[in-house]
Design a protein around this ligand. Structure first.
Ligand SMILES: [Mn+2]
Length: 465
């Protein structure tokens, strides 16, 4: 526990109790252990669990101050940091999130960030519907942490990208940290991050992510990873680069091509200089890849710090919009058009779109292209060569798409048995193994002849050339 703003304990306990919530270290889920409900409680938990994508009823039974395990590599605990470090503004964005989960994020941030380094906490409400997120939330944080918490309300739903930008505008700290409002911090998370940014203001730092299970709130350690992505620009964890493994020190920063996006820290002014996130992106997705590409091409860097750890709930579903796949596709095309030069075709192919006139309005990208010019950024080839060499490249593609039999029009070329990669004929179904990439919706129901989905790993065999 690095520091606790305890104040008058009893008063605060009454305050949280008035919202049906619990403070203090004990109780269910303490130490990040799985928490359970009685059979009667479980009945009540079902509805909210579906609504939020995590067990919010159980969350109310877990203390806002519970501790979580310290999963830092051993060496991290011996490292010393300068006393004078830049102050951070911690920005949480949310839309229709459970109150207890938001407040645990806030408590955890306060409990585990040294007082002298925490400039403020900013809560950005992206126009939530829930009453409990209005006056009750605001009254609680102002009474519980007087002068520390700012609440920003979007008057209409902007999506997480512009919501983060609104949080940035309200921030005054030298450094800004952006987090989903369903996280818990580990002791000592802040010092290594702020130290790396103090050394070089052009570093974007990602605390390592651990997992909070959405059904039991058990905290589970995730392996040290970098964050990569497919050509659809879906983000995924990838193995750290070879030189990191070769160095044999798990406390060292891990170079990363992009970020998942639920947790990143950046010098406030530098973030402005490189054009924040792309405000022309809607709802969700793509902004995390854009920032990674942009910061590397325009003179900065991005890294994961194993010594700084934040646990995050992977929700069963996301609340933003029922059609996240569409927005992710649109946003991905913006990234392709602004940053990827000749490689932009890879994104179109991955989404199975025609290279010309794909029929998707991606909005105006002229300002983003002007930004790239004014920052004198490198080209995408450099990024692939130096930052993301693992990314598969498809050169000399002649054509792509579905290959249909002229004589028997209802069968298509498909992925055959995996062992020897034989192509087969199979009834046309339009899913991944036949046409390449697949939509989000299709992914959930996707079953090719082998019972698997097509990914960039399988579709290349269908490319001609
Ligand atoms: Mn999240």
């Amino acid at each position: 526990m690095s520091n606790i703003r305890r104040g008058s304990g009893q008063t605060f306990k009454r305050l949280s109790k008035s919202l049906g919530l619990i403070e203090g270290y004990g109780g269910r889920g303490k130490g990040g252990l799985p928490a359970t409900l009685s059979p009667a409680e479980e009945e009540k938990a079902k509805g909210p669990h579906e609504k939020y994508g995590y067990n919010s009823y159980l969350s109310e039974k877990i203390s806002l101050d519970r501790s979580i395990p310290d999963y830092r590599p051993t060496k991290c605990k011996e490292l010393k940091y300068a006393k004078e470090l830049p102050q951070i503004s911690i920005i949480f964005i949310f839309v229709n999130e459970a109150l207890s989960v938001i407040l645990r994020s806030v408590h955890s941030a306060v409990n585990h960030t040294p007082t002298h380094l925490l400039k403020e906490i900013i809560l950005v409400d992206d126009n939530s519907d829930e009453e409990e997120l209005k006056a009750p939330l605001e009254e609680y944080v102002h009474k519980r942490y007087p002068g520390l918490v700012k609440v920003v309300r979007n008057q209409k739903r902007e999506g997480l990208i512009r919501a983060r930008i609104e949080g940035w505008k309200a921030a005054t700290g030298q450094v800004t940290g952006f987090f989903d409002a369903h996280v818990e911090f580990t002791a000592g998370w802040a010092e290594p991050v702020l130290s790396r940014i103090q050394e070089n203001r052009k570093r974007v730092i990602l605390p390592s992510i651990d997992n909070i299970k959405q059904d039991t709130f058990e905290v589970q350690r995730y392996e040290n990873s970098a964050h990569g992505y497919s050509w659809e620009l879906w983000c995924m964890y990838i193995s750290p680069p070879k030189d990191w493994w070769d160095a044999g020190d798990p406390s060292l920063p891990i170079r990363t091509p992009a970020m998942i996006g639920c947790s990143f820290v950046v010098n406030r002014k530098f973030f402005g200089e490189i054009g924040l996130l792309d405000p022309g992106m809607d709802v969700y997705g793509g902004e995390n890849i854009e920032l990674g590409i942009k910061v590397w091409l325009c003179g900065g860097s991005m890294e994961v710090l194993p010594c700084s750890r934040v646990a995050h709930i992977e929700r069963k579903k996301k609340p933003y919009n029922s059609n996240i796949g569409f927005y992710t596709k649109r946003n991905a095309l913006r990234v392709a058009e602004v940053w990827m030069d000749d490689y932009k075709s890879h994104v179109y192919i991955a989404w199975n779109l025609p290279l010309e006139n794909p029929g998707i309005d991606i909005g105006d990208v002229s300002e983003r292209r002007a930004l790239r010019r004014s920052l004198k950024c490198k080209n995408f080839q450099w990024y692939l060569d130096h930052v993301y060499p693992e990314m598969r490249r498809y050169n000399n593609t002649i054509a792509y798409g579905e290959l249909r039999n002229n004589k028997a029009k209802d069968v298509c070329l498909d992925q055959g048995p995996l062992e020897n990669h034989t192509a087969i004929l199979y009834p046309c179904h339009g899913w991944g193994p036949q046409v390449g990439a697949i939509s989000d919706q299709e992914r959930s129901k996707c079953r090719g002849p082998q019972g698997i989905c097509g990914t960039s790993g399988t579709f290349h065999r269908l490319l001609l050339g």
